[in-house]
Design a protein around this ligand. Structure first.
Ligand code: SF4
Length: 382
């Protein structure tokens, strides 16, 4: 089974913390949608399996018209084998969903008609001060209104929330989580605010306009999140993802389980089982190359060490863990020996545990999973 990821590289305005690929110049939207549809045609021979998930990410896919969304879904059906009832997710921003109540009702019905069956809404916070600090295009009222409306039409909704925001104390963070719970949503994705190079947030922190993010605050807020959501029946199936049973993201789960996927649109990544490729992060060049029938991408073949490192990283981030038997059979006994050696100190510290032949992060170790994984990476062994 495969997934198709469609990157829509446009946003209304730049959030201060964001380093994804997007442009606020919407003039080329139509040409971009045509180019993405053409890329789907150009690459159809790359996917032999049936397509199980289609994911519109960005950027802001809710800036597309319903016809544009429908056209791209149709292009997938026209060129690929798609299973019955695939998961089709659309990332949407609150301000696009609530321009007026009547309009949003039409919009949700149209999304459903087009085949969208899962909405991922970029809420980030229900509080004005956080939204302003991050330069989100929506306000607190729109954050709540859009969920109220969306839940009339969709069962399968996820929202994004950000913790570790400067100035957001634990009480406000708990209130954010509670607001999400009050809507009865089956899935929440939540990320620590990170300061990426070349972002406005980075500059503001350097100039002292905004206080720096605080690791201890982020860690404390992550633990609050895990405790509250687990108490409410959510499963923290990946560090940043919490789902009620039956509502895990099929799209993201397939990435973490190492399945193949095709990513189209500028900056989109693809994985065919042995090679990773990524499209150019430049809208005009992407459109021009695709119009000329060329694929503007770079390709990298994963070495055995790369595959081992990726497996260890994703394994420690998810409830599926790192299968020690698979390490031995797929990579060899020397990799297993190395992993056992490197992981022993984390096992002693109670940050990792071995359960039923799987190496897993404990509750205490979960927030530190990326750092722990990097200590288990294979760097020089041939
Ligand atoms: S809407 Fe999303 S992709 Fe666009 S700037 Fe904000 S965080 Fe980045």
């Amino acid at each position: 089974m495969s997934g198709i990821y469609i990157h829509i590289p446009f946003c209304k305005q730049a959030c201060h913390y964001c380093d994804f690929h997007f442009s606020t110049q919407l003039g080329k939207k139509e040409a971009m949608v045509n180019a993405i549809a053409k890329e789907l045609v150009l690459r159809k021979t790359e996917v032999d399996d049936e397509v199980e998930t289609i994911y519109f990410g960005g950027g802001t896919p809710s800036l597309l018209s319903n016809e544009e969304i429908e056209g791209l879904i149709q292009a997938v059906y026209d060129n690929y084998k798609v299973i019955d009832a695939p998961e089709i997710t659309l990332e949407a921003n609150p301000d696009d969903l609530v321009s007026s109540r009547a309009q949003s009702r039409d919009l949700f019905s149209e999304y459903k008609k087009a085949g969208i069956n899962r909405l991922s809404i970029g809420i980030q916070s229900f509080f004005e001060e956080d939204l302003k600090l991050m330069n989100r295009a929506h306000n607190a009222g729109e954050a709540e209104e859009c969920i109220k409306e969306a839940t009339q039409y969709f069962d399968n909704i996820t929202i994004d929330l950000i913790y570790g925001i400067p100035g957001m104390d634990n009480a406000r963070w708990k209130a954010n989580i509670q607001k999400a719970l009050d809507f009865g949503l089956p899935h929440i994705s939540s990320y620590a605010l990170t300061v990426e190079p070349r972002t406005a947030l980075k500059k503001f922190i350097e100039k002292g306009v905004v206080s720096d993010v605080d690791d201890e605050q982020a860690q404390a807020q992550f633990h609050i999140l895990v405790d509250v959501l687990e108490e409410e029946g959510f499963i923290n199936y990946e560090i940043s993802n919490f789902g009620k049973p039956g509502f895990f993201s099929k799209n993201n789960t397939s990435y973490w389980l190492g399945k193949t996927y095709l990513g189209v649109g500028p900056s989109a990544h693809s994985f065919d089982g042995t090679q990773r490729s990524w499209n150019i992060r430049n809208n005009p060049t992407y459109i021009k190359k695709i119009e000329e029938g060329m694929l503007p991408m770079e390709i990298e073949t994963l070495s055995k060490n790369d595959r081992y490192n990726e497996y260890v990283m994703t394994g420690l981030r998810t409830i599926w863990g790192v299968d020690l038997g698979r390490i031995a059979s797929e990579f060899g006994e020397n990799y297993l020996k190395y992993l056992n050696q490197q992981s022993s100190k984390f096992l002693e510290q109670g940050l990792l545990v071995v359960d039923d032949g799987k190496l897993l992060t404990t509750k205490k170790g979960k927030f530190l999973a990326d750092g722990i994984a990097s200590d288990l990476f294979m760097l020089n062994l041939k």
